[in-house]
Design a protein around this ligand. Sequence first.
Ligand code: HEC
Length: 268
Amino acid sequence: MSTDEKLECQCVSRRQVLIGSGVLAASTALMQFGGLLSSAQAKDGSSEKWPWPYVKLDPQKTAELAYQEWYRVFCGGAVISSVFSQLREKVGEPYKSFPVDSFICLEGGMVGWGTLCGSNAGANIASNVIIGPRIAGPECAHGHSIGSDIMQWYCDTPLPAFVPKEPKQPTKIIQTTSASPLCHISVGKWMAESGFALGSPERKDRCARVAASVAYQLVERLNAWKDGTYEPQSEWSPGKTHGIPGQPNCTECHGSDVPKPPMMTKKA
Ligand code: HEC
C-alpha cells in the first residue's frame, strides 16, 4: 500500500467514526454553541459580551482546587480550572462551554518556553473572561487591572505563599521572591536556592503551590470587584513611560546601563 493510500484510509476511517457514533454528540454540541453565541450577542452585533456571570468564591477552596489541578493541567490550566469548574456548577453556561483543558499550553511559561508563568497567564485570562477586556469599555478595565495587580504581587511575594491541607510532598518547600512574572526566572531562582532540579517532585509541588497561591489572590480580587470594593494597585504601563513593554526592574537584567528604545532616543 502506498503512503497516499494509507492517508486516504485514515481519513475515511475517521469520517466513519464521526458518522457512526459521534455525529449526534457533535450536532448537539453545535446547537449548544449556537445557543451560547446568540445569548451572548452584544448590542453591536458582535458575539462578545461581558461580564460573564460571577458569584463570589472561597479563596481557600479555590486554592486547594488549583493545587490538585496542577497535577492534571499544570499552572495556567489549574488557575483557570479552579475558578471555572466552580462557576460551571454555580452558574452553568457559558462556563460549561469554556475549553479549560486547552490552556494546558500555558505550562512552563507557554509550552515550555519559560515566558510568562502560566499562573499569571491563567489569572489574566480568567479575570478578562469574567470582567472583560479593557477595550470593551471602562467598566471592563478591572479585568486588566486585576491581571496587572497579580503580576506585581507575584513579583514581590515570597512564593509559594499557599500551603495545601494535604501536601503531596513532605519535604519543606522553601519560598523565593522572583522579582519577575516570568516562569524562567521564577523557577530558576527557586531551583538555585532550593537545590532541587526541574524534574524533582519538590519543584513540581512548588509550582502547584504557586498556582494555588495565584488562584487565591485572583479570587480575593474578583470577590472585591463583585462587592464594588476593588481598588487597582498596579499602574504599570511601560509603553508610555519607557517606550517598550517590559517588567519594572530594568536593572536586574541590564545592569546600570538600561538601553533606551529607539523612539525615545531618535524622535523624542
Ligand atoms: C528579564 C530581563 C529584562 C528586564 C527586566 C528588562 N529587559 Fe530590556 N532586554 C532584555 C534582553 C535580554 C534584551 C535583548 C538584549 C539586550 O539588548 O540586552 C533586552 C532589550 C531591551 C531593549 C532593546 C534594544 C537594546 O538597545 O538592547 C530595550 C530598549 C530595553 N531592553 C529596555 C528595557 C527597559 C526600559 C526595561 C525596564 C522597564 C527593561 N528593558 C527590562 C532583558 C530585560
